[in-house]
Design a protein around this ligand. Structure first.
Ligand code: SDX
Length: 392
């Protein structure tokens, strides 16, 4: 099992785990889903195909893929009462906070606990989650914009529905642009899974207590929200916009990132595992050039990003710490070109990561892993006598 990590003999499920899903080599910058290279999957497969691979372990046949897409369509209607929940949020609420709440609320309308031993029930739970999560994720945008909430259109494809759900208005049909759909499909593939990252580990550990699938994914959404993790794609754009506003002086911001006394970090750079180029960043950088030129978008932000990257890659501070661009450095530039607002960038990360969260939760439960219980190195006081109040 090239992707297996030896279990810590000391404690079961003490934080490290075995998995057959994704293999990373941080030194070589390698990423594979179920043994297939990310470069091949991004180029030759579509997001639902990769979702099936990540979740069920094999690339689907044509019939299996068609059945998967049609079975997802069975669950694309979200209970109308869920609208009362989203109505309770202010328009200013961050979409990730709304998404985490709505995902947890799905449990109220789908109370049946997933019996992972029953393959049929597990498959239905997968299709239900893929269907409903996409709809409620786009509702967070509609809420923010004050638009009416859209319904999934079962005559359209999965990624096509994302754009329809996001931008379709009752005032007229939303015309789909194939370049946009293909770019989004590729971006979702690149985010589909990434071994034991912060949010996936969260999904696994919450699920290890036998909490339900929706509750576990809701916790994953919250973990992903952080600017050190999935929230970095939004933070990158905010950083690039600040540099642009400040005259585009990349060197000034590199200096800030290197300054120990300055909390500023170069967002979109560095990684817990990759100490080489994040292979996803390379693919996304190429896609950014293609999408912006095809759409005729000349975004100065892209040039600032490239200037920043070029400068950092020859700067000893970054080189010595093996800090390279990660998946978040360029993705936001494409989302911005597609008209996605910055606050929604991490929601798109969550949509892409959903199959990975489902797959890892399923693997952990099917393998009957024990409840997660990481231990600690105690660094507090040794035993000491109690001090009565009048002696304190
Ligand atoms: C994702 O785990 C995954 O797989 C995550 C992810 C996925 O697909 O799920 O790949 C998605 O989360 C990508 C990462 C997105 N986050 C960012 O882009 C935020 C900016 N990056 C950093 O905050 C940081 O690089 C982390 C959090 C990503 C990784 O942190 P590490 O590996 O714990 O690095 P560290 O904090 O130990 O830093 C090591 C050194 C320190 O300097 P010294 O103390 O040695 O002097 O590198 C410096 C850090 O100060 N450093 C940075 C930096 N990242 C690390 N300095 C400036 N800018 C940065 N971005």
């Amino acid at each position: 099992l090239t992707g297996a990590i030896t279990l810590d003999p000391g404690y079961k499920n003490s934080g490290s785990c075995k998995s057959d899903i994704t293999f990373l080599d941080g030194e070589e910058g390698i990423l594979r889903y179920r043994g297939y290279a990310i470069e091949d999957l991004a180029e030759k497969a579509n997001f639902l195909e990769v979702s099936y691979l990540v979740i069920f372990g094999e690339l689907p046949t044509k019939n299996q893929l068609e059945k998967f897409e049609n079975d997802i369509r069975k669950y694309t209607l979200v209970n109308e009462e869920m609208k009362n929940i989203i109505d309770g949020f202010p328009k200013t609420a961050h979409p990730m906070g709304v998404l985490s709440s709505l995902t947890s609320a799905l449990t109220a309308f789908n109370p049946k606990v997933v019996n992972v031993e029953n393959e049929k029930e597990m498959y239905e739970a997968v299709c239900k989650t893929m269907a409903k999560f996409l709809v409620i994720a786009t509702w967070t945008y509609r809420k923010m914009m004050g638009y009416p909430l859209n319904y999934y259109d079962n005559t359209k494809g999965y990624v096509e529905n994302f754009m329809h759900l996001m931008f379709g208005l009752p005032t007229g049909p939303y015309t789909q642009n194939k370049v946009v759909i293909d770019a989004l499909d590729k971006l979702f593939i690149l985010h589909a899974d990434h071994e034991q990252n912060c949010s996936t580990s969260t999904v696994r550990i919450v699920g290890s207590s036998h909490a339900g699938l929706f509750a576990s994914i809701s916790a994953g959404v919250s973990a992903l929200w952080g600017p050190l993790h999935g929230g970095a794609n939004q933070a990158v754009l905010e950083m690039l916009e600040a540099i642009q506003k400040d005259g585009g002086d990349a060197d000034k911001y590199l200096a800030k990132a290197k300054d120990k006394d300055d909390p500023f970090r170069l967002m979109g750079f560095g990684h817990r595992v990759y100490k080489n180029f994040d292979p996803r960043a390379k693919i996304i950088k190429k896609a950014a050039d293609e999408v912006l030129s095809t759409l005729g978008v000349d975004d100065p932000i892209l040039q600032i990003a490239k200037k920043l990257e070029e400068a950092a890659l020859v700067d000893d501070y970054f080189v010595s710490r093996k800090l390279y661009p990660n998946v978040d450095f360029y993705s936001g530039i494409i989302y911005r070109a597609l008209g996605i607002p910055t606050d929604m960038f991490t929601v798109l990360f969550a949509i892409g990561r959903l199959p990975g969260w489902i797959a890892q939760w399923k693997e952990m439960r099917v393998n009957k892993e024990p409840i997660g219980r990481p231990r600690q190195v105690y660094t507090g006081y040794p035993l000491r006598d109690f001090v009565p109040m009048d002696k304190r």
